[in-house]
Design a protein around this ligand. Structure first.
Ligand SMILES: Cc1cc2nc3c(=O)[nH]c(=O)nc-3n(C[C@H](O)[C@H](O)[C@H](O)COP(=O)(O)OP(=O)(O)OC[C@H]3O[C@@H](n4cnc5c(N)ncnc54)[C@H](O)[C@@H]3O)c2cc1C
Length: 323
């Protein structure tokens, strides 16, 4: 179920996106149900060099220039896609500027935060799709089969690893690097650190896997596709199936598949956020933040809303400090 390699497939994928699929880009990239079609799917081809970044940017601009004025949805999709191409280069530049971020915290004020607490059993359960949260386990299974996941689900996996499971980003990143067909160190290691809160310059983003399932897979189509044991689970128990009464589990033959999650999500997440925020408030950590901003944050200043087009605004704000 993996994408096929080579330039012919790269061009075919690119043209189907430019001509049609990009119409679903805005609004389609967050759900793991729509994302496989709505996203460009160019990442592996870019990583392996089957297609070049210049080629993609120039052809996309040429295509947009020829589009009729009324094609606003299509244009918006391609504009949002183009902004991601800027991010690609922005992230690769971070690693070029500081190659050490592949193995040590971008902000060293976060050293020794998670390093000595690594729970091997949690890590093994995550890799084997046995966390107990159906959305997480379905994503790990999809990744294993296809080598690809959309951005939001990648971020959710890392967030679950980093907060409720309190796993250090480095082993998690090494494992994911072997799973992603599009492994690109520049993007990968910065994202791992951002989603784990160790860059010191990004807002803490914690993705709740139960809420992600409610928002992006409300009818359980995704989890039922990738986790066959979820198919007989009634809709009312889709998001927290472990709460189903034992009698019902036994009747449906689910007792050996459906287990309590590894940790209590709410309390484990609360505790890890407190640990991170306590570190964030320390004077040394506050002092160290400026050096990270000087080295890694975008040099572009935030534009005033009136003067800039929406596309340019999107590009610039997402390259800013808070991305
Ligand atoms: C923890 C984590 C690890 C990631 N590791 C990788 C990786 O190893 N390789 C990789 O290519 N992407 C990585 N990404 C970014 C993103 O998830 C993928 O680029 C995207 O899902 C690839 O699918 P696509 O080509 O259809 O994306 P589209 O949405 O169509 O985007 C087009 C291109 O823009 C670039 N891009 C998209 N999103 C981002 C982003 N957030 N940051 C930087 N560039 C971006 C990619 O080159 C992508 O091919 C990671 C994200 C997270 C949260």
């Amino acid at each position: 179920m993996r994408q096929l390699g080579g330039r012919v497939h790269a061009l075919k994928t690119f043209h189907s996106f430019l001509n049609a699929r990009s119409m679903g880009y805005r609004g389609g990239i967050s759900s793991p149900l729509s994302a496989p079609d709505a996203c460009s799917r160019l990442s592996a081809y870019l990583s392996y060099g089957c297609i070049s970044m210049r080629e993609v940017v120039q052809q996309t601009r040429a295509h947009m220039a020829e589009m009729p004025q009324q094609a606003s949805r299509h244009r918006a999709g391609l504009a949002a896609f183009t902004s991601r191409l800027y991010w690609h280069c922005h992230f690769i530049q971070k690693l070029e500027s500081e190659p050490e971020i592949e193995w040590r915290n971008m902000h060293q004020g976060y050293d020794d935060l998670r390093e000595h607490d690594f729970n091997v059993e949690y890590f093994e359960a995550l890799k084997e799709a046995r966390t107990g949260w159906p959305m997480v386990d379905a994503c790990v299974t999809m990744l294993r089969e296809t080598g690809w996941l959309n951005f939001r689900m990648r971020a959710m996996l890392v967030s679950v690893a980093a907060y409720p499971l309190w796993l250090h980003w480095r082993p998690v990143g090494e494992w994911l690097a072997t799973q992603f067909l599009d492994y690109e160190p520049g993007i990968h290691w910065s994202q791992l650190q951002m989603q784990s809160g160790t860059t010191g310059i990004n807002t803490t983003r914690v993705y709740n896997p139960i809420k992600q399932a409610q928002d992006h897979d409300p009818y359980g189509k995704f989890v039922r596709r990738w986790l066959p044991y979820m198919r007989p689970v009634p809709d009312s128990w889709l998001f927290e199936p472990w709460l189903m009464p034992d009698q019902q589990k036994n009747k449906l033959g689910l007792s050996c598949h459906i287990t309590e999650p590894l940790v209590d999500l709410a309390s484990a997440t609360r505790e890890s956020k407190q640990r991170l925020h306590a570190r964030r408030k320390q004077p040394d950590t506050i002092d160290g933040k400026k050096a990270v901003i000087d080295k890694h944050a975008s040099r572009k200043s935030m534009p005033s809303r009136q003067k800039t087009s929406s596309t340019k605004r999107l590009n610039q704000s997402q390259l800013g400090f808070d991305f």
